[in-house]
Ligand binder design. Structure first.
Ligand SMILES: Cc1cc2nc3c(=O)[nH]c(=O)nc-3n(C[C@H](O)[C@H](O)[C@H](O)COP(=O)(O)O)c2cc1C
Length: 336
């Protein structure tokens, strides 16, 4: 399949693996890229720019295909040394950066001077237009369903994607709630040029996380995510667990007076405990509603091949079948 996104990034399939804290290591990025998608290393999981340089080198040892690095721009008070991270990306020869969080505007000159293609992830049409205006090459449009930070507009992809298509000139991928061939076809129908997946890629053989995490994703349903930190206007969609329930209780008690300090125990330093140690109740960690569509733990290649084969069947069989007057009696099968 060829789309503006496969051509822009030099990849075989229009499928991107979004940056994920303590998940997006070289092993996963290389596996996704080797399978014909675009793998992305999560920049800030590497505690220093030097460590990111090593992670990029490790990824290069595992794949000769294009891969990217995610740079998440956090609120100013915790600002990491972004220019040094960008230098590590440039010197590592990486040509694709996924930005997220705050606007990448101040870093665009450095990224563009290094010949880097920038895909900015954002949750609204206005932020997508801003990304286009400051010279981003593409946008990852992240709907309310998504794992991680869905923003504060609560706009699901069924509306957000066609709205983005109405307004944007640069290509965009659909992000949030994407899992399989059905997602890809729907994303393309709504105007996207591909899709970005987070949660789905955690439940793959190569994702370098504890087996408990993969088991929890397969066991969970679409009803098992919760939204936290709404009062702080830093909403995050996470998988429910004991600590998340406790956190929500604190949020209810504190109401509008909630401070980040009140929930520090439930949100700080959680990722290594969950992803490395497999302590599933350590605190709040991002997970999308798409968890309800995850029923197995394939390799990245099995997953991507299956998505592309299912998309082909849906487009050529089911959809053109409707046009040809063939009534398909059943919906596409549950995958795996
Ligand atoms: C465990 C986890 C950690 C994530 N960490 C980051 C991150 O550090 N930076 C970022 O830009 N997005 C992060 N995301 C968001 C993903 O890149 C992606 O946009 C999102 O997962 C898409 O929604 P989906 O989970 O429904 O596929 C994270 C998502 C998950 C599930």
């Amino acid at each position: 399949m060829k789309t503006a996104i496969t051509e822009m990034f030099g990849i075989q399939h229009p499928i991107i693996q979004g940056g994920m804290h303590y998940v997006g290591f070289a092993e996963l990025a290389a596996a996704v890229s080797n399978a014909g998608g675009l793998g992305i290393i999560t920049g800030l999981t590497q505690k220093t720019p030097e460590l990111l340089a090593k992670e990029i080198a490790r990824c290069r040892d595992m794949t000769d295909k294009p891969f990217g690095v995610n740079l998440t721009f956090l609120p100013a008070f915790t600002s990491p040394p972004y220019p040094e991270y960008i230098a590590a990306i440039r010197e590592g020869g990486v040509k694709i950066v996924e930005t997220a969080g705050r606007s990448p505007e101040q870093y665009m000159p450095a990224l563009k001077a290094a010949g880097i293609k920038v895909i900015h992830k954002c949750t609204s049409v206005r932020h997508s237009l801003k990304a286009e205006a400051i010279g981003c090459d593409a946008v990852s449009v992240d709907g309310f369903e998504c794992g991680g930070h869905p923003g504060e507009d609560d706009m699901p992809n069924m509306i957000l994607l066609p709205r983005a298509a109405e307004e944007l000139k640069i290509p965009f991928v659909a992000s949030g709630g994407m899992a399989d061939g059905r997602s890809l076809v729907a994303a393309l129908a709504l105007g996207a040029q591909g899709m970005n997946m987070g949660t789905r890629f955690i439940a793959t053989k190569e994702a370098p996380v504890h087996e408990n995490v993969k088991k929890a994703l397969v066991a969970a349903s679409e009803l098992d995510t919760r939204l936290i930190m709404r009062q702080l206007r830093n909403t995050e969609r996470v998988l429910d667990n004991k600590q998340v329930e406790h956190l929500l209780e604190i949020e209810r008690e504190k109401g509008a007076s909630l401070k980040i300090a009140d929930i520090m125990e439930q949100v700080a330093g959680v990722y290594p405990k969950v992803m490395i140690d497999g302590d599933m109740d350590a605190g709040a960690w991002s997970c999308g509603m798409v968890v309800g569509l995850i029923h197995d733990v394939p390799t990245c290649k099995e997953l991507i091949d299956r998505i592309m084969a299912d998309a082909d069947r849906i487009i050529r069989g089911r959809l053109t079948g409707f046009l040809d007057g063939k009534v398909a009696s059943t919906a596409p099968q549950k995958v795996a």
